[in-house]
Design a protein around this ligand. Structure first.
Ligand SMILES: Cc1cc2nc3c(=O)[nH]c(=O)nc-3n(C[C@H](O)[C@H](O)[C@H](O)COP(=O)(O)OP(=O)(O)OC[C@H]3O[C@@H](n4cnc5c(N)ncnc54)[C@H](O)[C@@H]3O)c2cc1C
Length: 384
């Protein structure tokens, strides 16, 4: 089935993204994977190419490309070439941090932060999760206390992508002085630049996506100007909930691209390899499995494309985004597993893209909200 989502402009953008991926990412990705780090020059190169901060308006240094199909194209190019760590790093910056600044930041805040985010000179991370609070953000203990024209932030975060390589974090902190499980108005969002008291912990050793750095962050009375409070005090959780659909849509897009890429690689592999005098693809089990997988590929693409259209129309609600993320990431988990099996022993060898995709895809049902939380969000809307 031919996808109907993209138009000529998107395909031209895809050519540019593919060229960037082949030139600036592919030759180095193996090394970054070993280093557990990407160089900052990748960010500025992406910025020069116009691949960061797509939705940023021209007055703040961007191209004003808020049609999500462009972001989807970029995500797809990284995902299908197994450069998911680059996709993840850019995703945190563009799908998680940026929408909050665009939606709630003052003009002053936008003028100070957005041009650097577009050029890649400022790399951002999103710092919500804590050792004691992941799914349940109301358990966050990091606190921000007002001190004249500033805030002082103290606490600990974990699993923060771009945490070591980045310059600043969008931090969710408790601002009402409460303890225990906070209320809806207990939390606020701040843009926090690395400065005195802002310390990064060790790299967390992930099973996949190693080229993207993930770390703990420690804040010890980090001084943040009031001007870097994003939007209004006490609205942090509300803002996070309002912007989560974009983050979840992005995970659905990446999942769908992984499913397609792994399917295609497996068709090629099973045509090339023989056993018992036949191609692997000629065994009925292989053909049945691939028939099921191709059906899942197309259903997933169609469903995710519909979610992208809804997002562009301003109609992707939280439950619809949760369903897209739930469906697509479960397919990514299952399809990478079944395709790995069709590769036999080679599927277990990291040199083969299917092995890397299997490890990377395992994250997709967990981060951005676990799929149990997605089911909960959807289930609540069903139950009313
Ligand atoms: C590689 C990686 C990168 C990440 N990047 C970031 C990042 O950049 N920034 C950031 O802030 N966070 C990041 N995260 C954190 C991620 O979003 C959390 O791990 C995730 O939200 C789950 O939180 P948790 O790990 O605390 O699990 P928990 O909340 O402890 O959950 C444990 C289990 O209990 C289940 N569970 C919890 N509550 C319920 C419920 N109500 N009903 C049913 N089941 C439930 C969960 O689904 C899960 O299976 C990242 C995580 C990883 C692994």
């Amino acid at each position: 089935m031919k996808r109907q989502l993209f138009e000529e402009d998107h395909e031209m953008f895809r050519e540019m993204a593919a060229e960037f991926n082949a030139r600036a990412v592919a030759p180095h990705y193996g090394q970054w994977d070993q280093d557990h780090m990407m160089p900052r020059s990748l960010w500025t190169a992406a910025g020069e190419q116009g691949l960061l901060g797509l939705a940023v308006p021209e007055e703040f240094g961007g191209l004003g490309m808020d049609d999500y199909r462009f972001r989807a194209v970029l995500d797809e190019e990284f995902a299908k070439s197994n450069h998911l760590a680059v996709g993840l790093a850019f995703h945190l910056h563009d799908d998680m941090v940026l929408p909050h600044l665009l939606a709630y930041g003052s003009d002053d805040l936008k003028a100070r932060w957005l041009p650097g985010m577009v050029s890649g000179e400022t790399v951002t991370s999103v710092a919500w999760t804590e050792p004691g609070a992941g799914s349940d953000l109301r358990g966050i203990r990091t606190k921000a206390v007002r001190d004249g024209d500033d805030w002082l932030i103290t606490g600990q975060k974990t699993f923060i992508g771009n945490g070591i390589s980045g310059d600043a974090s969008l931090v969710l902190a408790r601002t009402d002085g409460s303890t225990g499980r906070g209320g809806r108005d207990s939390f606020s969002l701040f843009m926090v630049r690395k400065s005195e008291g802002y310390n990064t912990g060790n790299q967390l050793d992930k099973m996949g996506l190693k080229a993207s750095d993930t770390a703990e962050l420690f804040f010890d009375n980090v001084r943040v100007p009031h001007a870097d409070l994003v939007g209004e005090e006490g609205k942090g959780l509300q803002y996070a909930a309002e912007q989560l659909p974009q983050g979840r849509l992005a995970i659905a897009v990446a999942s769908s691209a992984v499913v397609r890429a792994v399917y295609e690689a497996t068709v090629t592999y099973t045509k090339d390899r023989n056993a018992f005098g036949e191609r692997i693809i000629d065994f009925q089990n292989s053909r049945f499995e691939l028939a099921d997988i191709l059906t899942e590929v197309e259903v997933t693409e169609t469903y995710v494309d519909q979610a992208i259209r809804a997002f562009n129309a301003g109609e992707l609600d939280a439950a619809s985004a949760a369903r897209a993320k739930l469906w697509a990431s479960e397919r990514a988990k299952s399809v990478t597993d079944r395709c790995l099996q069709l590769h036999g022993g080679y599927g277990y060898i990291l040199e083969y893209p299917v092995a890397q995709a299997f490890l990377a895809a395992r994250l997709l049902t967990i981060f951005g909200g676990t799929n149990e939380i997605m089911r909960d969000v959807v289930g609540r809307t069903i139950a009313g």
